[in-house]
Design a protein around this ligand. Structure first.
Ligand code: ASP
Length: 584
């Protein structure tokens, strides 16, 4: 027997018991005639004690142990002389009577401690060692708990967990597919699913009216920071529902998760239309934990002789609470911040609403006290606030202001990771104009249903058609998105047409789905949550990589197994994708 208890289990109530423990040596401390070892497993740490007077041989072997050695011990639970109230097992220690070395360990390339000295790359290469560290263990355990809570909620609501295949044909979700060559069908390829979208819709046609799956999805995108080529979704679909049913159902899910995992009671999840979110926050995934809403200043700032404003498509401001006292240096730093290439603005204009009621701005020459008073009034300032203003091309300026707002929120400590503010964003545009290809793309995906009242605009003004699509946003992150689907063959086929598919292309790629719509497809809709991001946020972080056991790095590589990698020539030949010339 390797263990009677784990390393986090023993308490004062166990004093006097004889126990067996196994684990890793965290630390060996020699003090005079005594040696203490911290023995670690995923449940905790237990202190082992060795004493010259008890058994010299044992003491000698204990002193030979190195960090991360794997050992098994037997011993008696003693009351500790100096108790450690910070440790769950801090009241006891083990008087060791038998020590067995199960496996020695090389000195790890970085310390297995909460704060480690290992750099990112090294830790990725030795991920199995990094996973021994407390923070990572907590993340992986949290991930497990979130998955269990998701399942418990959805199971209790009659959802069925159904698996869908990984070797499929392309699903157009806007990214590139990862492809897998077929040996048995040479020259042909499977695609790995970007999501189970078409399958879950087919399950609705099959009558499994509430489906979910915690499922891996694959997207071959240029990796932006904190994106993974494979990631996990909580994928859901329901039949006989309208948008409202889905919003309520999944509002229930997020509430139950926040309750279960964070002990938080959320009353209702507020809703914003896409248009309103863009207008008020400059962003379709606003962080609503704080105010500083965007204020359009075009009318109050243009036509008064200041060229920067006059030539701008958009003049927009935010009022930063209690920041009128910002120094020249602080304002310069903000100006440099908006001029960084990632933000790309020419400059930043400010107006201070001083405590004494006067105004002071960087454009006093053009705008008198009265003019500035109007801006501050429009932006909802109080005395002591600082108005920050950007001007330029509409889309870029709005985006920049949204970034600046988040930056100020961060600076002022308003983005507390322990505060959770979920939000629905509704009424997304159905289509998005793509300059490059000169045609419309589906903003969500091609199976999303237009709002019935906007259907006729599809011919006259496609860009104005709104979709029955919704996102769930949490603290400025999109954590879920979905839509009511098209379930009518004609509408679906019309949609493909609008998206520039020929009849033949649409039939070849999605014939199976459109055919299915002719065999009694119920009205349906669904949503998918980004599970990695959800777990990270619940863990108080925005870095998903830290919440995935074996993630890839920013270049899409697994540094531990060193993948992707080349495969050997015979394998290529078997797949029929060997180099022709070398085949002879
Ligand atoms: N398949 C969609 C996605 O991955 C989600 C959905 O529409 O349910 O974004």
């Amino acid at each position: 027997m390797y263990r009677s208890h784990n390393c986090g289990a023993l308490r004062a109530s166990n004093i006097g018991e004889v126990v067996t423990l196994s684990g890793w040596v965290q630390r060996v401390r020699n003090m005079g005639g005594m040696t203490f070892i911290d023995l670690r497993d995923r449940y905790g740490i237990t202190q082992l004690a060795f004493n010259e007077g008890w058994n010299e041989e044992l003491l000698a072997s204990a002193r030979q142990l190195g960090r991360e050695y794997v050992i098994r011990i037997e011993g008696e639970v003693l009351e500790r002389e100096s108790k450690n109230p910070k440790m769950a097992t801090g009241e006891i220690e083990i008087k060791v009577t038998d020590l067995q070395l199960l496996n020695a360990a090389k000195t790890p390339p970085f310390t297995i401690e909460t704060e480690t000295d290992g750099g990112e790359e090294l830790r990725m290469k030795y991920r199995y060692l990094d996973l021994r560290r407390d923070p990572l263990q907590e993340h992986i355990m949290l991930r497990h708990r979130v998955a269990q809570a998701v399942r418990a909620f959805l199971n209790s609501e009659d959802f069925l967990e159904v698996e869908t295949p990984y070797l499929i044909k392309s699903t157009p979700e806007g990214a590139r597919d990862f492809v897998v060559p077929s040996r048995m069908n040479q020259g042909q390829f499977y695609a790995l699913p970007q999501s189970p979208q078409t399958f879950k819709q087919l399950l609705m046609v099959s009558g499994y009216d509430r489906y979910y799956q915690i499922v891996r999805c694959f997207r071959d995108e240029d990796l932006r920071a904190d994106r993974q080529p494979e990631f996990t979704q909580v994928d859901c679909e329901m039949a006989f529902v309208e948008q409202e049913d889905i919003l309520q159902q999944f509002e229930g899910l997020i509430k139950s998760l926040l309750k279960e995992l964070k002990g938080l009671e959320i009353d209702t999840v507020p809703r914003l239309s896409y248009a309103e979110a863009m207008e008020r926050y400059g962003n379709d995934k606003p962080d609503i934990r704080f105010g500083m809403e965007l204020c359009n200043l075009n009318a109050l700032s243009q036509g008064q002789g200041f060229k920067v404003f006059d030539e701008a498509e958009l003049v927009v401001g935010i009022s930063v609470p209690a920041a009128a006292s910002y120094s020249r240096k602080q304002l310069d730093a903000l100006t440099n911040w908006v001029k960084r290439p990632q933000i790309g603005m020419q400059g930043l204009i400010y107006s201070k609403f001083n405590e004494d009621g006067s105004y002071k701005s960087s454009v006093d020459k053009f705008f008198d006290q009265e003019a500035q008073a109007k801006w501050h009034k429009a932006a909802g300032s109080k005395s002591g606030d600082l108005l920050l203003i950007l001007a330029g091309k509409e889309t870029q300026t709005r985006k920049a202001m949204s970034e600046l707002r988040l930056h100020m929120g961060e600076n002022l400590g308003l983005r507390n990771p322990e505060v959770f503010a979920p939000l629905w964003v509704l009424d997304f545009p159905l289509l998005e104009w793509d300059e490059e290809s000169g045609r419309f793309h589906a903003m969500h995906h091609p199976f999303t249903s237009p709002k019935p009242e906007d259907l006729e605009l599809l011919d006259t003004n496609p860009g104005a058609v709104r979709a029955n699509a919704y996102d769930m946003v949490l603290n400025g992150n999109e954590i879920g998105g979905g839509s009511i689907r098209i379930h009518d063959r004609e509408v679906q086929s019309r949609m493909f047409e609008v998206l520039g598919f020929s009849k033949e292309e649409a039939q070849a790629q999605f014939g199976f789905l459109m055919d299915a719509f002719e065999y009694g497809a119920p009205p349906h809709g669904g949503i998918a949550f980004g599970f990695d991001r959800l777990v990270a946020l619940l863990g108080g972080s925005e870095t998903i990589r830290d919440f995935i056991a074996f993630p890839k790095n920013n270049a899409g590589r697994d540094l531990m197994i060193n993948s992707p990698a080349s495969i050997d020539h015979t394998q290529l030949q078997e797949l029929g994708i060997g180099l022709e010339s070398s085949a002879e």
